[in-house]
Design a protein around this ligand. Structure first.
Ligand code: URA
Length: 452
């Protein structure tokens, strides 16, 4: 009997695995065929055993570190005046926070090797959004990322071919075996990639609500706790914000439309919820790195920096450094829409918007071609929604609830009908819930800091 079969059976029966067994598993995931590459069916069975039986803290740590070390990692020269930081979101509809945040962090004096992913299902991916900018390349080598982060302060890139190859194979198998929604596997997947970036500090945005991976708040909170504990245990100062994804973030969702909203945020005219989350992520990193004494001062410092215009200039430098065709980009920004068919969902009666459901709207965008049903689906960068009315806002009969950008008249017609089901209008306003519901801090932070 192969030793890996014994590991599958042990996990199936609820036993903890040795560090050695977990490291051999990861080695078998990335090995070439003659060197003992594990077959898909055995890896899939093992993933399902983990899905049902879970991992304890030690197993999660060992699996994560083995995955991190399955390929090349980044490593920056130690410089306490320029900490290396990043932010990661579990993903949501209209979640473009990384885009304005990255140049803001660079202007605040951080080094930011932001390695991002693509969208799957209804969650948009940072790389897909960036690739809606003509010419912009997200395929940077390890050396190029290191160099650009040292000189410009920021690089926005996809995982290099050689970074964390174990996660690439495991995620592809999880995706087709129903094992994505395991908090143990999600923790190992996210942190193996973040720990490979050589970070000093990390802020996580763990979303809950209708458009999130984890719809349930308590489940999202448990995932956030696992992520924060393990990342800190591995030497990266980490906090997590638990943020609502019941309605899309900002007023636009869809790849190019989110680039436009990013530019609005960097220019001081973007939506308030996007600005709030961008500033909160920056502020937590300022406090985590000891550069500001408390969150109030840190938010003020981040807001002053954003309003100075320097992050917008850094964004433009970043686009130029990563190959964007700036003339075409500028003319695209001036156009009201780049999609051939445009229509508006209108309010049937007056009142207050009480729901703009992000799952329904995310599915509308995905079905318009703005998202992926499979990893190899081709994205339409120009479709999506904008001018979104937000929960809590007053609205009169006939006013727009959102505008839809589609490729064809038929797709538009279908989207208009489906999207209208996302909205609810009540006679009176309902009390709003906060965007940031809770902050998860490292386990051993003194209570005074924990309550700041
Ligand atoms: N994002 C990741 O990178 N991995 C997961 O497993 C889930 C979300």
């Amino acid at each position: 009997m192969s030793s890996f079969l014994q590991s599958i059976e042990a996990k199936r029966d609820g036993h903890a695995l040795s560090d050695d067994a977990l490291r051999r598993f990861v080695a078998g995931v990335v090995a070439e065929v003659p060197q003992g590459r594990l077959p898909d069916y055995q890896i899939s069975a093992f993933l399902m055993a983990i899905y049902f039986q879970g991992l304890d803290d030690r197993e999660r740590r060992t699996l994560t570190l083995a995955m991190r070390d399955s390929g090349e990692t980044l490593s920056f020269a130690h410089d306490p005046t320029r900490p290396v930081v990043d932010k990661h979101s579990t993903g949501g509809v209209g979640d473009k926070v990384s885009l304005p945040l990255a140049p803001l962090l660079a202007c605040l004096g951080f080094r930011v090797p932001m390695i991002s992913g693509r969208g799957l299902g209804i969650t948009g991916g940072t790389l897909d959004k960036l690739e809606s900018i003509p010419g912009f390349t997200t395929r940077l080598s390890r050396d190029r990322i290191l160099r650009q982060v040292e000189t410009l302060g920021v690089a926005l890139a996809g995982q290099t071919e050689h970074m964390v190859p174990a996660d690439r194979r495991l995620y592809a198998l999880r995706d087709v075996t129903g094992t994505v929604p395991s908090r143990h596997l999600i923790t190992a997947s996210i942190l193996s990639k973040k720990l490979a970036e050589g970070l000093d500090c990390l802020v996580l945005d763990v979303k809950f609500g209708s458009g999130a991976f984890m719809r349930d708040f308590d489940q999202a909170r448990q995932l956030a706790r696992n992520l924060v504990d393990l990342a800190n245990d591995c030497g990266v100062h980490t906090r997590a914000l638990l943020t609502s994804m019941d309605s899309p973030l900002g007023r636009a969702a869809g790849n190019w439309l989110e680039i436009r909203e990013t530019v609005a945020c960097l220019s001081g005219s973007g939506p308030s919820d996007l600005r709030e989350l961008v500033l909160a992520c920056a502020a937590h990193l300022l406090v985590q790195t000891g550069r500001q004494p408390d969150l109030t001062d840190a938010i003020e410092a981040a807001a002053n920096c954003l309003d100075s215009g320097a992050p917008l200039a850094r964004w433009n430098d970043l686009l130029a450094a990563q190959g964007a065709d700036l003339a075409r980009y500028a003319s695209m920004l001036c156009a009201d829409t780049l999609a051939p068919a445009i229509g508006v969902v209108r309010a049937h009666h007056s009142g207050f918007v009480s729901r703009a459901d992000s799952r329904i709207l995310g599915e509308v965008i995905r079905d318009l071609g703005g998202g992926r049903l499979q990893q190899d689906s081709v994205i339409d960068p120009h479709v999506g929604i904008d001018q979104l009315a937000k929960p809590g806002e007053p609205i009169r009969a006939g006013e727009p609830l959102c505008r839809i950008h589609a490729r064809t008249a038929t797709a538009l017609e279908h989207a208009l009908t489906t999207a209208s089901a996302a909205f609810q209008i009540n006679e009176s306003p309902e009390p709003g819930s906060p965007l940031i519901r809770e902050v998860i801090l490292p386990p051993n932070l003194p209570r005074a800091r924990a309550e700041e």
